[in-house]
Write a protein that binds this ligand. Structure first.
Ligand code: AGP
Length: 609
């Protein structure tokens, strides 16, 4: 989704802004722009549709120079991707602004501003923000006051970076509903949507809280909370290095992140197991009390994180006996759900900033305990939850989630074990599961080093338009995730079904042009999956089956291609089986020549509805 970078320094900030934009490319965008206050105290701006490289090329032709500036990558919401809709937006050559989020009452504000003589040059909701600030700046003569008054008029979500030509060397930054960090340099300050944008210039960050407004100059930083009081916000040191977001030897971030999974899974376990038991405190100091008292679990998430939640439901209900619901956040937040007493709400999110998940969490108020499984420690979801477990996957740059997913699953496995300890899950079973978890990195390494067969299978999918994925039990959510991966990066339409549902409708689709990808482990459902595959084969379908190496699939014949996977316990199977499906989508996408890391229309962190 949109990305913001801003800087106030003694030096020319254009290269810093441009590099920041490059580092935010992974968030997803369709145009980019930079505005700086030049040495003659005028605003200079360059905007381009398409990649940041197009902007960089233009800056070669028309270099911008200035020590105060803002920059943006835009993911279109209101108005098509075009130069006039791209940020920064400027009013009367006086104020420049970049915005993430959506100003929901933009039509009303636009009408009022047009009546007051403001001229609009874009179709965006954002342009009302810059006009409103310029309006108040004319009245008050002070940029901070102008922003403070303007945001009171906005309904919706925003993170803003604002500069004004009459106040060079000053930037106002504020957030409500969209994330924004301040990077603290030596005699210079920066703003960005996330820390990765600023790692080449600083590792010291302040995470603005909801409603904060920051008044930033080279000499000072003053932060006001939403009540207008001056507040001290802690400076946090990031342990990420500038090259933490580098691709290294890999052709794509997605491939790098797939290969990082064995290490990441080891990291999830690190320091959280003692004598074969999950340490409750890994989730926070009050975790034991909550796990003891909870009567039901409600999981809320979106996309891939939702699929992780679906797997967890199988684990939690089957192994701990605790009732568990799972729902996509965009539905949960609007349907007035019933929450029983002593419910633990679990949100799952890579970014911790997903607008729907955050809104669903906020809607719960104080009616439940809130636990968040997340990859970004300073994110809004983490800050607004009672209990947390960090997945420690490191920055995930590929838009298609891979290591974030497997580490979420491992985190949920730890949660299941911790709750199970309070629910009579016997120690022997707990220890066996943990023992099996420690084996996972090695088993996944084996899959990664034997990917040739998966690559060959990908050839058969290069020219197809549709595919079906099937699985049963914990592997049904893995089929869903496999289909999502294929859709996201290869643009092939793919649907996933519980294998047993096929005959209730989808089997009508089966013919020789519609391949099926199936997953089957040794979990007691294998014979049923085999029967479902037979039903597909009998109708002329072709099947690509990832199956436990101990299962005999020879009877399925030549139209069922089988790739054996390491024998793992039923509990561990989802974490292992998603990996070949990730690789499979990747190889198909490579053959189709799509933009693997930044697929069309998608954003990494979905911070608007
Ligand atoms: C998965 O590949 C996607 N990037 C998407 O479905 C993602 O999982 C979803 O938007 C939720 O994001 P979150 O985990 O950051 O909340």
């Amino acid at each position: 989704m949109c990305g913001i970078v801003g800087a106030v320094a003694e030096r020319n900030v254009t290269p810093i802004l441009l590099e920041g934009l490059r580092r935010l490319e992974y968030r997803g965008y369709d145009s980019a722009g930079i505005a700086v206050i030049n040495p003659d105290t005028c605003l200079d701006r360059v905007r381009r549709v398409g990649k940041v490289q197009a902007l960089a090329d233009s800056l070669q032709q028309t270099p911008l120079k200035g020590s105060t500036g803002v920059a943006h990558t835009r993911w279109a919401t209101h108005g098509e991707p075009s130069e006039s809709n791209a940020h920064p937006h400027i009013c009367n050559q006086q104020v420049a602004l970049v915005h993430n989020g959506i100003i929901e009452n933009h039509t009303e504000l636009r009408n009022a501003q047009q009546a007051n003589g403001f001229h609009f040059t874009s179709e965006t909701d954002t342009e009302v923000a810059v006009h409103q600030i310029e309006y108040y700046l004319n009245q008050t003569g002070d940029l901070l006051e102008a922003v403070r008054l303007a945001v009171k008029d906005f309904d919706g979500a925003y993170a803003l970076g604002v500069v004004a030509v009459k106040q060079p060397g000053r930037m106002i930054a504020t957030r409500s509903g969209s994330p924004l960090v301040i990077g603290v340099g030596i005699g210079e300050y920066f703003i960005a949507s996330d820390v990765t944008a600023l790692l080449p210039v600083t590792r010291r960050f302040i995470f603005l809280e909801e409603g904060d407004i920051a008044d930033i100059t080279t000499e000072s930083l003053t932060i006001y909370d939403k009540a207008g009081n001056v507040v001290e916000r802690e400076i946090k040191e990031s342990n990420l290095s500038a090259d933490a977001t580098a691709k290294g030897e890999y052709r794509h971030y997605m491939l790098k992140e797939i290969h990082e999974q064995p290490l990441c899974l080891t990291d999830v376990l690190e320091g959280r197991i003692h004598e074969g038991e999950v340490i409750d405190n890994s989730f926070g100091p009050k975790a034991s009390e909550v796990f003891e008292r909870l009567k039901q679990i409600q999981i809320i998430a979106c996309g891939t994180s939702y699929h992780a939640g679906l797997v967890a439901r199988y684990w939690l209900e089957a192994i701990t006996g605790v009732p568990c619901n799972v729902e996509v956040a965009s539905e949960y937040r609007y349907r007035n759900p019933v929450l029983l007493d002593d419910t633990l709400v679990v949100t799952i999110s890579q970014s911790g900033e997903t607008a729907d998940t955050l809104a669903a969490l906020r809607g719960i108020g104080d009616r439940a305990w809130k636990l968040c499984i997340c990859n970004v420690p300073e994110s809004s979801l983490v800050r607004e939850s009672h209990l947390t477990l960090m997945t420690r996957a490191g920055p995930e740059i590929g838009v298609a989630s891979t290591k974030a997913f497997t580490t979420q699953l491992m985190g949920l496995m730890l949660l299941m074990l911790a709750i199970g300890k309070h629910r009579g899950l016997d120690a022997e079973r707990r220890h066996a599961i943990i023992e099996a978890a420690y084996q996972l990195p090695g088993q996944i390494e084996n899959i990664l080093s034997a990917s040739d067969q998966i690559e060959q299978w990908a050839d058969a999918f290069t020219d197809i338009d549709n595919a079906i994925f099937i699985g049963r039990g914990t592997l049904f959510p893995i089929a869903l995730e496999g289909a999502l991966k294929l859709k996201e990066i290869s643009y092939i339409h793919a649907d996933a079904y519980p294998a047993g549902e096929l005959k209730h409708g989808p089997i009508a689709l089966i013919d020789s042009d519609l391949p099926t990808v199936a997953v089957a482990c040794n979990d007691g459902h294998q014979e049923k999956v085999k029967s479902n595959i037979q039903e597909i084969l009998a109708r002329g379908g072709e099947v690509y089956l990832f199956a436990d190496e101990s299962l005999d699939m020879s009877e399925l014949g030549d139209n069922c291609h089988v790739m054996p996977l390491p024998s793992v316990s039923a509990e561990m199977a989802p974490i292992v089986y998603c990996v070949p499906l990730q690789l499979f989508s990747y190889f198909v996408a490579i053959r189709k020549g799509t933009d693997v890391d930044q697929p069309r229309n998608l954003a990494k962190s979905v911070t608007v509805e």
